[in-house]
Every structure is written in C-alpha cells, then in structure tokens.
Design a protein around this ligand. Structure first.
Ligand SMILES: Nc1ncnc2c1ncn2[C@@H]1O[C@H](COP(=O)(O)OP(=O)(O)OP(=O)(O)O)[C@@H](O)[C@H]1O
Length: 478
C-alpha cells in the first residue's frame, strides 16, 4: 500500500543509518482481558508493505481477515465500563452502537491504559467513536478549559466529527438535575473566527475540533491555550503529513504548542504508508511518547471485504454515456461519482470544469429518481455544507464530488462508488472506495466501479497489487 512518494515530508527527518539507533522492541501492555487480546499479535516481523523495511517497535497487528461478528464481539459497554461515564454509554446504545468493531475492541483498552496510539484500520471501521470514547473517558465537562483537540483535514470532516462529539457529550438529564453540557467547538476553515475568539476567551470549550490552519492561527495569537489538553487526535494523519501547506503547522502543534509528555496522542487513518517508519519518526521527533503503539487492524485486507470492485474500459468520448448505462443497470440506492480535478491547463484554456460537464449531462440524460448533487472545492463553504446536509437528510442521491469527499466523509447510505476518473494513487482509490461499505456488521455488498481508458489498465493493476484486491473487468453496452 505504501507509495514511495508518500511521507516525503517525513523522510528528511529520518537519517539513513538511523536503524542502529532504534529503541528496543516494546512488548504487550499487561492486564488485557484475554477476550480483548484474542487475534492480536505483538510482533517484530515485516508487515504488509515490502518497502517498509524498518524494524518494528510496537505493533499490534491483527493479520487475519477475520472480522469480529456481532455475536462474537465484546460490547462497547464491556470495554468502556469504568472508563466512560454511564450517560455516554447509554447514549451510544440509544443510537444503536452496542457491539464494538475490531478497531474499538483492539484500540480502546490500549487507549484507556494511557498509551499513545496510531489507529490504522479500514475505512468505515469506527475510528471516530474510538478516539471520542477515549476523550470522553478523560475530560471533566465541568471544567472550562480545552482538554481535547481533534485535528481534521477538511471542514466537511470537522463538521461531521463535531456532530458526533456533541451527540455523545450532551449533558445527561438525570433526576431532573440538568448537568452542565460538555461544550464542543468547531474551529474550521471558513468559520466565524471572530465569534470563536470571544467564545475561547470568555469560556473555553472542553473539546475543539479544528482544521490545522485555523487552530494554529488561534494558538499564534494566544487566544487558544493548550495547557490543559489531555488528548490530541490527528485524524487522516497520512493526508495531513502529505499536504505541504499543513505539515509545518502540524509539526509545531505536535512539539512547540504542546508536549507529548503532557498529553495522550492519537493518530488515525485507514492508510499509513510506511507505518513502521512513521511510528519510528513519531517517537524520534517526540510527536508521541516512546511507548506509542501502532494498532493495525486487518493488515492483510486494507479495504472492507464487503466491497466488490469492477472496472470498465472505454474511450474518453464515451465516458459520460458509459457512466449513465452503469447507473441505469446498477440502480444504486445512493451513489458518489468521483471526478478528477480540472487541470491548470484546461482552466487556462477556459474549459468548463469536468464536474460541470457531468452535471449538465446527467441533468439532461438521467431519468431515475435520485437527486443530483454537487460537492467540490470551488464551491463556497455554505454551498458545500448545504450539499452535504441535503444528501444526509433526503437520501437517494447521486453525489458528484471531487476528492474533497474522499476522506472521512460518512454517508452510510451510499451503496455505489463510481470513479469517473482514475484516482491519482492507490491510497486515493482506497479512500474513495471507502465512502461505501460503512455499516459495521452489515454483510450487504457495495460496489466500486472505475471507468478507465485502455492505457490506464496497468495503473489499475498496480492499485490491485498495492491494495491486495481483485478488480473484475466488465463490459457495458452504450
Ligand atoms: N460500534 C459500532 N456499531 C455500529 N456502528 C458503528 C460503530 N462504531 C461506528 N459505527 C458507525 O460506523 C460508521 C463509520 O465510522 P467512522 O466514520 O468512525 O469510520 P472511520 O473508521 O473513521 O472511517 P474513515 O477511515 O473512512 O474515516 C459510522 O456511520 C459510525 O456511526
């Protein structure tokens, strides 16, 4: 899965002879419930990627593709008992989260034991709830100070995480005694920073969900203070380290604005290229404490097994018609159609963006009952939020999106993904594909279909090798 270009920002911190300086291998923390540790190996052998030839420090790896079933798994209550307040446990049961997913089963006991963790688990596996439960186990809602910070790459993911955090952290109403609510602030690009400044000064929130630029702006101005921060989460961590604009901010946040010894640090993603190198760098650079662990769930199957992958070969001029035929024959309940970004050359030539061309085509040719909705970077923040809330409220959508929707966005009703353009890298394929198959414990098959030209077939094969999946070639009558 690792791409050699990934972690280009990390690589320079890693000197070529640093293998000699590795800390000794770290072994299992004690007192884990035997049911919790079943299927979990503590190993020091190479994993997954051949390019990832670093000695491993602490890896908790479930290498089998055996996913816990609803019957065999522990409940969240069993795992969280004694750590997470009762009203939060009741709330998660009310919304239907009873049984723990693999990553919750393997990650939570380690997180509750205080270890820094890299949560590396498939898309849609429940990493958000995992780190939120840790946060809710540690914070004091009665204290007005920022105690947890969650950093996300996009405003869309930030809004989603904020919503889940607010739902879980809402105050309990017990015996007519209304307790103070745990406040959750969304400090996201494009938000009303003026209002946030007043809020941060007057009564700091307990949990902040932020994009990196916005949070660093507040830190630089000393409006936001992290002295009381107990948990720092970096979601989609590989993406954050790969985005050149964000990486210097991220380093500052991890080392200058706070210290790893005063906080618990959690990194999460479905893709951590060169994960042993990353773990090594985390420790060397003091982004985490030295006993940080890499929790790797389903390491031999980077993508959910409920996904069925297909590709269609067609010429550029027939792609619109091919997509329409696919939608007509698949009859998805809801689908996301990923379209590549417009090249600078095409923009300069004054061409219409590919998303616009596709919308125009579908609006005149598609006769089904799904709503056609657009989500792309070039829309303003309000229009982007409106698109997402429309698809969430109504269901039954054909969401035409750029890669802005590829990371973290949770639309569980999506049954089909169409890659109208081939993703740029295997990791992008993994995250686009992972916008479907997002109902833990459901065995419903979901479909990912990629439209390619014959020249692109070798790239598709490369992705199959890197991500260890099979993609079936299909033909479409147009
Ligand atoms: N224990 C559970 N039981 C049932 N559903 C759950 C459970 N935990 C999480 N979910 C649901 O699973 C879906 C996916 O969860 P989440 O968004 O946390 O995935 P993720 O691992 O962060 O994925 P990605 O890597 O794509 O961001 C959500 O709709 C969430 O509500």
């Amino acid at each position: 899965m690792a791409s050699t270009s990934a972690y280009r920002h990390l690589q320079f911190v890693f000197s070529s002879n640093s293998a000699a300086r590795y800390p000794p291998f770290i072994t299992q923390s004690k007192n884990l419930n035997p049911r919790l540790s079943s299927g979990v190996n503590f190993i020091n052998r190479p994993l997954c990627s051949t390019s990832d030839s670093m000695p491993v420090q602490a890896v908790i790896d479930n290498p089998s593709d055996v996913t816990v079933t609803e019957e065999s798994a522990l409940t969240l209550r069993e795992i969280c008992h004694g750590h997470v307040p009762e009203h939060v446990l009741r709330r998660i049961e009310e919304v239907g989260f009873r049984v723990a997913t693999d990553v919750q089963q393997q990650g939570l006991p380690l997180l509750f034991s205080g270890r820094d963790c890299i949560l590396h688990a498939q898309t849609g596996s429940g990493k958000t709830l995992t780190y939120l439960l840790l946060i809710l186990s540690l914070i004091n809602p009665q204290r007005s100070a920022v105690q947890a910070l969650i950093v996300v790459p996009t405003r869309e993911l930030g809004m989603q995480v904020t919503k889940v955090a607010r739902m879980l952290a809402a105050s309990p109403v017990d015996n007519e005694l209304v307790q103070k609510s745990c406040s959750v602030m969304a400090l996201l690009d494009g938000g009303m920073l003026k209002r946030h400044k007043t809020w941060l000064k007057a009564e700091p929130p307990v949990i902040v969900v932020a994009t990196i630029a916005s949070v660093c702006q507040m830190l630089e101005k000393r409006i936001l203070k992290l002295e009381s921060m107990q948990v720092l989460v970096i979601d989609e961590v590989d993406f954050m380290f790969n985005a050149s604009k964000q990486v210097s901010y991220l380093r500052k946040l991890l080392t200058t604005y706070s210290s790893c010894s005063n906080r618990q640090t959690v990194f999460a993603s479905a893709s951590i290229p060169q994960h042993r190198r990353f773990l090594h760098d985390c420790i060397q650079q003091k982004w985490t404490k030295s006993d940080a662990v890499h929790v790797h769930v389903n390491s031999i199957a980077p993508m959910p097994s409920c996904l069925q992958h297909r590709f269609v070969i067609c010429s550029k001029s027939r792609r619109h018609q091919t997509l329409l035929s696919l939608i007509q024959s698949d009859t998805p309940e809801s689908a996301i159609i990923f379209v590549g970004e417009q090249s600078e050359k095409s923009k300069k030539a004054g061409n219409a963006p590919p998303t616009t061309l596709l919308i125009n085509f579908l609006e005149t040719s598609y006769e089904g009952c799904l709503d056609i909705v657009l989500l792309e970077e070039d829309m303003n923040f309000n229009s982007r939020a409106a698109s997402l809330s429309e698809v969430r409220k109504r269901g039954g959508y054909l969401l035409i999106a750029t890669d802005i929707a590829a990371r973290g966005v949770d639309l569980p009703e999506t049954t089909h993904i169409y890659n109208f353009d081939l993703p740029r890298a295997a990791v992008d394929y993994l995250h686009r594909a992972g916008r479907t198959g997002r109902k833990p414990f459901s065995d419903k098959k979901c479909t990912v279909t990629t439209i390619i030209s014959s020249e692109e077939q070798f790239v598709m094969e490369r992705y199959e090798n890197e991500l260890m999946f099979n993609c079936e070639m299909i033909t479409v009558q147009v």
